[in-house]
Design a protein around this ligand. Structure first.
Ligand SMILES: [Zn+2]
Length: 562
């Protein structure tokens, strides 16, 4: 069915709630597994439909902002979603307490129960008021960050978009001036941002203790449904410092030479990769969709069929506000959005979303639906690995700029591992020492920068950025603690698939498919090892990736890329 032909109707909110409540009661009273199973499957079907209508309304609203009808529908869903929460919770509790839990786990896997256990352990009546306060502080943080919208620069005032452009200026001195101007503005907010964070840290530490944990870290892991431990994370950090930092440092030394700036780099030079600008795609929308089809056809018949299904059924919206991956469970159809704006990054995003939606497509027959669209730590594996696999058609997507795009993707992926690990390390220190003062936290961040990003001069030349306050702009630290490492871990697995691809593209594809076929049916590390890949927590994983990357980078011909 084409997307435009999908019929939409608003569900009856009260009837839907009553139906879930009724199914929950039936589940509690079920006398046999056969009976409980039938109720479970009915609940799945019911939610598939409701969920699909919600998403169809959201997509259509995004496709046409002036559409009055879907604007009204948006309001309905906005109210409906939180109101259904307590019914879903009651259902989850009934599943957890069901005498047939073992039978369910045997047939559908115990991942749904593991996840529900995490939810149960991280929530309690005792912390509801604290969680409300936590949300208020997160809102306050967002407002403070948005408030720096007038930045004095040269003889006038510029807005954040304009300063972002100036930060990419080809003139190094002008870039530095832009960073200094923005830093001075941010610095004025620094104290208030510290105050918000102080309260967040104390509040979270208290919530952890109320729930019987040592402090917040274990609660944070529980909220993120983590099956790896703090000790795993610690070993991973040590391996990043040992193997990744030296490779990233070599990339940055090369960059300093290329852009003609001194090493160690000023912070204002760190993101300036080429004087000639970034890579650009070789054609328009239709051309890029065609190249996408060529790529997927070359990978496997099912991959080719997936991509054709997406285009033939209008399951791609190429000029959205940004990239998104959606799955419409009732129709077993994925939908992707991207903003093809002529940049290299937008092509990367296109293939990223294609990776997400391909995994949804491959798992569309799965029960429960929750395994088709699992948590980010798992779904990002599918999308980030696809970014690497898509390099097989870099020539098609980028033509003359293919080498530039490929080099940038690998170089940035490696440098990102060190930054992302630092963000995670910082949070472990902060929540282990909730008594730290703001100044102590800044000093700690500065100390970590010297370890994870030794190629940057954080000497105080640029206000705010050079004074250990940069972490304040990383919103995850305020809004979603311990989330950030997910990007890093999935990025490492993506590089692992890339490393295999260097010696055997066919094997890389087979490993990727082994990962995709499992959907979200197991925890993160199990999915990876089941697919014949090394877990990022195995030191040999980073060691191998870095060895391959080092040889590849050393042999990469950068002639003509300036
Ligand atoms: Zn993604």
């Amino acid at each position: 069915m084409k997307f435009s032909e999908i019929p939409y109707s608003r569900p009856d909110a009260e009837k839907t709630k009553a139906e879930i409540a009724e199914l929950t009661e039936w589940l509690k009273r079920a006398e046999s597994y056969a009976e409980a199973r039938a109720i479970f499957l009915e609940k799945e079907e019911k939610c598939k439909y409701t969920n699909t209508m919600d998403l169809v309304a959201m997509i259509r609203r995004g496709m046409n902002k002036d559409d009055e009808f879907y604007r009204e529908e948006d309001k309905f869903w906005w109210d409906f979603e939180p109101s259904i929460d307590e019914y879903e919770k009651a259902w989850a509790e009934a599943m957890l307490d069901s005498p047939f839990r073992r039978d369910f786990a045997d047939e559908y896997g115990d991942m749904m129960f593991l996840n529900a256990e995490f939810d149960r352990r991280s929530m309690s009546e005792k912390i509801i008021a604290d969680m409300q306060r936590e949300n208020e502080l997160i809102v306050e943080y967002g407002e403070l960050m948005d408030s720096a919208d007038e930045i004095p620069f040269e003889d006038g005032v510029v807005d954040p978009d304009e300063i972002d452009k100036l930060k990419e200026d080809v003139d190094g001195e002008r870039r530095l001036a832009a960073y200094k101007a923005e830093g001075a503005c941010r610095r004025e907010l620094g104290e208030r941002l510290d105050k918000v964070f102080d309260e967040l840290v104390r509040l979270r530490d208290g919530m952890g203790k109320k729930l019987g944990f040592d402090g917040f870290t274990d609660l944070g892991y529980c909220r993120r449904k983590r099956t790896f431990t703090k000790a795993d994370a610690e070993r991973f950090r040590a391996a990043v410092v040992k193997y990744v930092v030296p490779v990233a440092d070599a990339i940055k030394r090369e960059q300093a030479k290329r852009i003609g700036r001194p090493y160690p780099l000023a912070y204002s030079d760190n993101d300036f990769f080429y004087r000639s600008g970034n890579a650009h795609p070789a054609g328009d929308d239709a051309y890029l969709v065609g190249e996408g089809q060529k790529l997927f056809d070359s990978l496997s018949p099912e991959a080719g069929a997936f991509f054709r299904h997406m285009t033939e059924n209008e399951m791609m919206f190429l000029h959205a506000g940004g990239g998104n991956d959606i799955y419409l469970p009732y129709y077993e159809m994925p939908f992707l959005t991207v903003n093809l704006d002529g940049s290299g990054d937008s092509v990367r995003s296109f293939m990223h979303e294609a990776g997400h939606t391909f995994a949804y497509w491959m798992n569309r027959k799965r029960i429960p639906t929750a395994y088709i669209t699992p948590s980010e730590d798992i779904t990002e594996l599918h999308s980030m690995c696809m970014e690497m696999i898509a390099l097989q058609n870099a020539e098609g997507f980028f033509g003359a700029d293919a080498r530039k795009f490929t080099y940038t993707l690998i170089a940035e992926s490696i440098a990102f591992i060190t930054y992302g690990t630092m963000v995670d390390h910082f949070q472990h220190i902060v929540y282990a020492h909730p008594e730290m003062s703001a100044a102590e936290r800044h000093a700690e961040w500065n100390r970590l920068e010297a370890i994870y990003e030794p190629w940057i001069r954080f000497d105080g030349e640029i206000p705010y950025y050079g004074e250990g306050m940069l972490w304040q702009q990383q919103w995850h630290i305020y809004e979603s603690p311990f989330y950030y490492i997910d990007y890093v871990l999935t990025g490492v697995v993506a590089l692992e698939v890339w490393a295999i691809m260097q010696r055997d593209p066919k094997e890389a594809w087979e490993r990727y498919m082994a990962l995709v076929r499992q959907g979200g049916s197991r925890p993160f590390t199990e999915l990876i090892t089941n697919a014949g890949l090394r877990s990022p927590f195995d030191e040999a994983c980073l060691k191998n990736v870095c060895e391959t990357a080092k040889i590849w980078l050393d042999g990469f011909d950068l002639t003509g890329i300036e």
